[in-house]
Ligand binder design. Structure first.
Ligand code: PLI
Length: 461
């Protein structure tokens, strides 16, 4: 199951960005000022930042030099045409519209295709996708197969959709026109960056087609997904990751992408279609909200860097190193006795905070408490995905409804940190594990009505 890592990092470092570990007392003061919420920290006070793998990649020398070739024309930019050619070559989708980032692409797609009262099916929609479906007055429906919710498993494709549940939904609602599209998120971020198998993609696409429903990908991490297929799915070991990606996209009608992940850029996204009609519909929303059809909120140089990033991300030496590094961190944490979601996914390690701090009830925000502890111990910033991010109050009973899992995500930025950084993170967890019984919980003292985890404030109990 462990991805191969035959060589050292397939790059050498040409430019460095200094980072520093501020003293422990300063970290204690910083997190207190931040209301025990790492989103409120200044990044200068963070030593190793594992908050997200989104928009945090290091660009290559080729990408930096491509920036100089940016054509900043408002309309018909040469850089757009270059990006369009690269996207069409990988996806097979002819009609490409840039967007400022993933949620911009989601907005355009949902506005073009989704109407109030409809149901948007998927393996597991990401939060912003869920938000855009809800904003259309529609219902996001997650049909991840049961295995995907198990913390410990050796299933190779925990991002797969439950095909029987998909068939039932289509059978019940497609004929009335209540299902505007199915979205397959690859990899599936919300349960740990878990891959979806080609067999599952093919079968889900065939089902959608049989019911006349468009099939789309949220392909933020498509190259990582393709690499997992090559490593784990029978029949794909000898195929190139590029060919695997092409086959995957061949089963779809289009895609939305946050290029801040597998685009290897710091900002950007796009939506792409097989059908000109859908593309025309999308332009009605793209132009007023994102920008003209040939830039969609990006500068010409952004599009140049993205065109190069989409090629580089398919380099198998890069992917072997990338996914290998995430799995190396997972192994080190397991050696320290830290419970994590298994198998580890493509872009980060997800720690089971409820199992790590069993003395803290959900009401005491154990995952948030662990995020705070990791920052104080080592200056490392992870993120809570548990009671704060996903808990909500039942409007009728006033009771808190907790999500199934209480996790801390350690997302690994692409090409940014070395294995020594990973070892440092794991050692910090080892020190925390030794004194975990003494770690106290938190009390929520401020919350916004939506997406409360970004701005919440806590006090120590
Ligand atoms: O952050 P955006 O707007 O570029 O992309 C939104 C988005 C869409 N789909 C998926 C699968 C995502 O993971 C995603 C963003 N993810 C973030 C920010 C993350 O930290 O995982």
């Amino acid at each position: 199951m462990r991805p191969r890592r035959a060589y050292a990092e397939p790059y050498r470092i040409k430019m460095v960005e200094p980072i520093r570990l501020i003293p422990r007392e300063a970290r204690v003061a910083a997190i207190e000022r931040a209301g025990y919420n790492v989103f409120n920290l200044s990044s200068d006070d963070v030593y190793i930042d594992l908050l997200t793998d989104s928009g945090t990649a290091a660009m290559s020398d080729s990408q930096w030099s491509a920036l100089m070739k940016g054509d900043e024309a408002y309309a018909g930019s040469r850089s757009f045409h270059r990006l369009r050619r690269v996207v069409s070559d990988i996806t097979g989708y002819e009609y490409v519209a840039p967007a400022h980032q993933g949620r911009g692409a989601e907005h355009v797609l949902m506005a073009a295709l989704v109407k109030p009262g409809q149901r948007v099916l998927g393996n597991m929609h990401f939060d912003t996708t869920t938000g855009h479906i809800l904003l259309r007055g529609a219902e996001p429906v997650n049909l991840l197969r049961q295995e995907g919710y198990r913390v410990h498993s050796d299933a190779p494709f925990k991002g797969d959709i439950d095909l029987e549940a998909l068939r039932r939904e289509l059978e019940a609602h497609a004929a009335e026109g209540l299902i505007p599209l199915v979205i397959m998120t690859v990899t599936c971020n919300s349960n740990g960056g878990q891959p979806v198998s080609m067999a599952n993609i093919r079968a889900a696409s065939e089902l959608a087609q049989a019911y006349g429903v468009p099939f789309f990908f949220d392909c933020a991490r498509f190259a990582e997904n393709a690499y997992f297929i090559k490593e784990r799915e029978p029949g794909y070991a000898r195929k190139s990751v590029r060919d695997i990606a092409r086959e995957m996209f061949s089963y779809g009608d289009g895609c939305i992408m946050s290029a801040k992940k597998d685009g290897l850029v710091n900002i950007g996204g796009f939506v792409a279609f097989r059908s000109e009609e859908m593309y025309r519909k999308a332009l009605e929303w793209l132009i007023p909200f994102e920008g003209f059809a040939t830039y969609g909120g990006l500068s010409g140089r952004d599009m140049e860097a993205l065109a190069v990033g989409l090629e580089e991300v398919l380099d198998e030496a890069y992917l072997e190193d990338r996914i290998g590094q995430v799995h190396y961190l997972a192994e080190l944490l397991t050696e320290q006795g830290v419970p994590i979601i298994t198998p580890a996914g493509g872009h980060g390690v997800y720690v089971d905070a409820a199992a790590f701090l069993p003395h803290l009830s959900r009401a005491k925000f154990p995952a948030q408490a662990l995020v705070v502890e990791l920052y104080v111990e080592a200056g490392v910033r992870g993120v809570e995905l548990g009671a704060c991010a996903f808990g909500r109050i039942d409007e009728t009973t006033g009771e808190t409804i907790y999500p199934e899992l209480e996790l801390v995500r350690l997302a690994v930025p692409r090409r940014v940190y070395t294995d020594r950084h990973m070892a440092y993170v794991a050692q910090a967890f080892g020190r925390i594990a030794d004194r975990r019984e003494g770690i106290g919980g938190l009390r929520l003292v401020y919350e916004a009505p939506v997406l409360r985890h970004f701005t919440a404030r806590f006090e120590r109990l």
